[in-house]
Design a protein. Sequence first.
Lengths: 200, 247
Amino acid sequence: MDDETLDRLVTEAKAGDREAFGRIFDAYAVPIHRFIASRVSSPSDAEDLTQLVFVKALEALPRYEARGIPFGGWLFRLARNTIIDQIRTRRDHLSLVAAVTRETEDTGPEAKAVLREDLDRVARAMTELTDDQREVIALRFFAGLSVLEAAVAMGRQEGTIRGLQFRAIASLRRSLGIETPAHAPSSAAAVTAATMQVLR
Amino acid sequence: MSAYTNDELRQLDHVEDMLEAYADARLSPSGPVLARIRANAMAMVAASAAIAAAIAAAESRAGEPAALASRWRLPQLQVPRRAFALGLAATMTLGTSAAVLAAPPGSPFYNARMAIEGALLPTQVDARLAAYEEHLAQRVAEAQAAAASGDHVGLEAALAAYAREVDAAVSDIGDDADRLAHLEAVLAKHVAVLTALEAKVPGEASIDRAIESSQKAVEKIKEKARKGGGGRPTDLPSGSENLPGRD
């Protein structure tokens, strides 16, 4: 969805247009669920919290003003606060190993086993990250936010997000056994720039 | 110009691919889960809008907000109307306000109640059909009660909701011959009850419309059964003796 369409939908939803709110839901529900599912311990919590985020969004929407704050960043900030509230309230713990794994039905048993092993490796690699790094990976790659949106969601500077992402990717490469480049770039900035280029 | 070689870029691609596969397989909601979240969220939106509209209408009728606040016991209402409506909708959806969830036809909360009931229908088809049957029976009972007490507004509201639920049920339960036959039998009973009601309360257009709605639905069911090729509902015994999960 392009920015212009999103702005229009947000304006219409603020005015009480249910269909516009529904289209915003359709655009963001999966990314929000992915982000939440990466941060809570059970699929049912992820479902409940995703619903709660949109209810909170509906309530807070009249107070949302763009002014350089991307809507995605604003919405994910709501999601992040909702998760934090949940953890505080229920003394929940973060878990990155979701209980449910879905493979496509046409996947054969061998391919399924390989896929499951790969997914387990990613889950294990994610546990090696710091909480901030994990959050950046969740926002950037699971939810597909831009650096600016992730920065708004986490209340950090864009440079901080880039740094966290760079270190997280380096850690994931090590943990996943993906070889470190033989001729590493001379500076972290160069690595970050290349990472950003590849990972959008 | 990138400082990375092609090999290095491929490695980064590999990390991205693995993260994407992980998110897709373990973090994305399944279709039914997403549909459920959407239905609940949108029911909340609908309920919130209905409640806000009811409050606005009551305010308008009362002439001043204070009169409504007093009527609805909201004298210290400091939050915007929409936030209040949403909170109330949430409360209703969470089931902590049984009195509101039992809003009678014609009350300001009746449409919100219908929206919530619709959103909370079970996903399993037989359970859904049973819930529809229960809701339709409630609508008919509400219409009878409203007619008995001379509540014209309540009668219209109950039967309008009945017609909407009939349409929803017919389009929702698929093409299975047994289920269609069961729904057809249920609707036939309702037509009989509504016809008897019409005799008691002549001149009520809402009853005519409800009967017509049921009859059209029965036609649709027959058409569905013909197209589906799964048997003719009218050939099956009336009632639901053969339905799974039913006595």
